[in-house]
Design a protein around this ligand. Structure first.
Ligand SMILES: N[C@@H](CCC(=O)NCCCC(=O)O)C(=O)O
Length: 270
């Protein structure tokens, strides 16, 4: 039986009336059905109680990218510039969910916004417009860019630490750890790493591009780029999902049907 993988949703307006919908990109569903080898389930941005209950049934958690941004109130940051997209419903779901998943040892892979949520959930902060900061690159790709190779193609290299979980995960693959090409579709980035966030890859301007979680009981890593866009032709992207899927399968196997119903999560912080 395939491990059950929760995919975080955003709340987005849909249709002529702008009715709020819970949505995630097809890329995430396809990558879970493909190299992850899991069974995808969309996690509505319905708040902490719903997600904690769902988590007891999950064998892995995939935190997705999104044009929206973590509300600065979660990291004591300055208000966003006018017009910056936010998704408070998603924040109120994913931030406690991340803490609960790490505490319970549920394998977790965080991508782009998900990576930023991982950092904030564990006590870190974000820079809101990297491209406006001295010495920093423009990491954003215009969302109205229609040329696929620009929109999701490789944009800059990242340097991967030799003694890192990412380097171990990529063992045996042919690549240059000093310059791994990645795509880039973000305006924000890690400012103050959370105490348990272990940076493992950096862009040329110092932007943290990947990290693992100190002391995590299971697979727990995040990347600022989007491996879900090119896993079919990029072995490094594919490997990330292979290993996440293996961890989810192992987690599923470690839970009997009985214990699946009895997994207890730590009491939610007051
Ligand atoms: N909004 C945040 C996170 C960026 C992110 O997750 N990008 C994915 C965009 C997907 C798409 O445009 O198709 C930031 O800007 O840093």
């Amino acid at each position: 039986m395939r491990p059950l993988i929760g995919i975080s949703c955003c709340v987005k307006p849909f249709g002529p009336s702008g009715m709020p919908n819970h949505a995630a990109s097809d890329h995430y569903v396809r990558v879970v059905l493909g190299p992850v080898g899991g069974m995808p389930v969309l996690l509505p941005a319905a708040g902490e109680e719903v997600s904690r209950e769902l988590l007891t049934r999950l064998d892995g958690l995939l935190l997705t990218g999104s044009r929206s941004n973590v509300c600065p109130t979660h990291y004591d940051g300055p208000c966003h510039a006018e017009g910056t997209p936010e998704d408070p419903a998603r924040d109120s779901t994913t931030l406690p969910l991340i803490r609960a998943a790490i505490s319970a040892g549920v394998p977790l892979l965080a991508i782009c916004r998900g990576f930023q949520e991982l950092n904030v959930a564990l006590g870190g902060s974000l820079d809101q417009r990297i491209q406006d900061m001295d010495g920093r690159m423009d990491h954003s790709t215009p969302s109205d860019q229609t040329i696929a190779r620009v929109r999701t193609g490789k944009a800059h290299p990242v340097r991967v630490a030799a003694d890192s979980g990412l380097a171990r995960l990529w063992a045996g693959l042919d690549y240059d750890p000093a310059a791994v090409p990645v795509n880039s579709l973000h305006n924000q980035g890690v400012a103050r790493p959370a105490p348990r966030l272990r940076p493992e890859a950096w862009a040329p301007d110092g932007t943290i591009e990947a990290a693992s979680i100190e002391g995590a009981r299971g697979f727990a890593m995040g990347v600022q780029w989007h491996p879900e866009f090119d896993w079919e032709r990029d072995s490094l992207s594919r490997r990330i999902f292979d290993r996440f899927g293996e961890a989810a399968s192992a987690f599923a196997a470690s839970r009997s049907v009985l214990s699946r119903e009895t997994i207890r999560l730590p009491v939610a912080a007051e």
